[in-house]
Ligand binder design. Structure first.
Ligand SMILES: Cc1ncc(COP(=O)(O)O)c(C=O)c1O
Length: 492
């Protein structure tokens, strides 16, 4: 009865078992017999009776059904005894000529890790880094189920990856979204949005007050026949005037980068509905700790997860939180163009998310303290933080943000760029670096950094000045940051 299976490998047996019992996966535990190894299997819960299957160098017994641990151990013992008897009946292990049974070249000899999440019910406390490019299909039936979308399964990294998928679920939860699609960078996320939803002849509404690289992307989009209007976030209340019947998408940031301007999301939603446009909000500055744009009518929420979600200056990633339907559309684009995040970065991003809320709270606390200090300082000629009642968007920010107003502050130092440079050169704790949302407090001059891609005249059209600095608060004690700012401003 066992003979037909003698040429089969362990993986073939797993496949046969899955196919025979309609299982998604079957797990096999290894038993070291006196002369060779045996595999004892445990499948997904089913009411089937126990059955046996065998394989070449090894012998597998398949038990259908989940057993309580005590019974499972008893079964193991019984099967081990049976294995020893069968070994006597079968004689010497079968092996290809010239290859010993101890060093088989068969598939099962490879060090293939079983799914670490489920055997015996113990689960790792961290998300495993699954660095696989491809996955061995359990059966043609499983292949069909994956490709027909009946089950979540993994086949090729550009399509999907379990480490990435885990982080997607976690970001979706933070944004109150049905799902989330994660990709290689924040700009990749923005570009995926444009590529997914815009067609030649569509009109795109962009705000000057968005991260500088959008300008570069806009040049590419124009080449592809997209019509683009740029407007100042200060005039967002009059957005109706900029919309057209063919406006397909409105992309905005609130608070904006770098001037922390506030846009009323509900107002934009109302205007967009009149022309059937989508509203996409970049929530990088606010973070989902303080603001969930989907609640206020945004269709998609974009993140540079490089920033506060990752939080440690050690990964680049992008994320789009959205409905399941949008996830499917964006997934198609990601799969097609290959902007899937690598598993190691996904792991680090997931690790960052574990402390995200405490970090976001600390950053906002520090930002509020710093903004209140800077508000009265004679060397600060202009200040923007939505948590200050003097900020023109404070009321709207109070309505759509909660638990604080984020960790970003921008201000002008003295009267010219040399003043700003002298101030930054005098800082001892705060780091002169781009990026934001990290554990360390970071400062930069947007005119020379994030806005550098824009032609000089465009850099200043919406309020950025040559001496404007952008401060991203970290999680250091507020007093240390305040002391550093005080002494550096004194030096100007
Ligand atoms: C608000 C905002 N959105 C998007 C991006 C782009 O993100 P990434 O650098 O991860 O591509 C940035 C980068 O600084 C940003 O500040």
């Amino acid at each position: 009865m066992l003979t037909p299976y003698l040429e089969k490998t362990a993986t073939d047996v797993c496949r046969s078992v899955c196919e025979a019992y309609g299982l998604h996966q079957a797990y096999f535990a290894e038993i070291i017999g006196p002369r060779r190894h045996y595999l004892v299997g445990c499948g997904e819960p089913t009411t089937e009776q126990p059955s046996q299957l065998a394989l070449s160098e090894r012998i597998a017994f398949f038990w259908c059904g989940e057993l309580p641990p005590g019974q499972r151990d008893a079964l193991r013992e019984r099967l081990q005894g049976l294995a020893e008897r069968l070994e006597d009946e079968l004689g010497a292990p079968h092996a290809p000529s010239g290859v010993t049974a101890e060093r088989p070249l068969r598939k099962e000899a490879r060090n293939v890790m079983p799914d670490p999440l489920t055997p015996y019910g113990n689960r790792p406390m961290v998300t495993p880094i699954v660095n696989a490019v491809n996955y061995e299909y359990a059966s043609f039936e499983v292949l069909r189920q994956i490709t027909d979308g009946e089950i979540d399964g993994y086949t090729y990294h550009r399509d999907d990856n379990p480490t990435v998928r885990e982080v997607e679920h976690n970001i979706a939860a933070l944004e109150g979204a049905e799902d989330c699609i994660v990709c290689t960078t924040g700009m990749a996320a923005c570009t995926m949005v444009y590529l997914t939803y815009l067609h030649a002849g569509d009109h795109l509404l962009l705000f000057h007050d968005t991260y500088g690289a959008h300008y570069k992307v806009s040049l590419i989009l124009e080449r592809m026949g997209i019509d683009i209007t740029w407007m100042d976030a200060d005039g967002a209340a009059r957005i109706d005037e900029a919309l057209r019947p063919n406006t397909r998408l409105i992309f905005l940031e609130t608070p904006s980068n770098p001037l922390c301007k506030i846009i009323d999301l509900r107002q934009v939603r109302e205007a967009a509905d009149k022309v059937g446009a989508m509203v996409v909000a970049d929530n990088t500055f606010a973070t989902p700790y303080h603001q969930n744009p989907l609640e206020f009518g945004a269709d998609l929420v974009v993140h540079s997860a490089t920033k506060a979600l990752g939080g440690h200056n050690d990964i680049m990633a992008g994320a789009i939180a959205c409905s399941k339907a949008h996830y499917n559309e964006l997934w198609f684009t990601r799969q097609a163009i290959g902007t899937t995040l690598d598993a190691y970065s996904a792991f680090l991003l997931n690790r960052g998310l574990k402390t995200f809320e405490v970090r976001a709270a600390a950053m906002a606390h520090n930002a509020q303290r710093v903004a209140e200090f800077l508000a009265g300082h004679p060397k600060v000629s202009r200040l923007s933080y939505p948590g200050l009642p003097s900020h023109p968007g404070h009321e709207v920010a109070q309505m759509q943000m909660s638990r604080g107003f984020g960790g970003m502050v921008s201000f002008d130092v003295g009267g010219n760029q040399d003043d700003a440079k002298e101030f930054i050169n005098s800082l001892k704790l705060i780091c002169h670096a781009v990026s934001l949302g990290a554990t360390e407090t970071l400062i930069c001059i947007p005119y020379l950094t994030t806005m550098l891609y824009l032609p000089p005249e465009r850099r200043t059209t919406f309020g950025v000045r040559e001496n404007t600095v952008r401060l991203s608060l970290g999680i250091e004690p507020a007093e240390h940051i305040l002391d550093d700012l005080k002494q550096a401003l004194d030096a100007v």
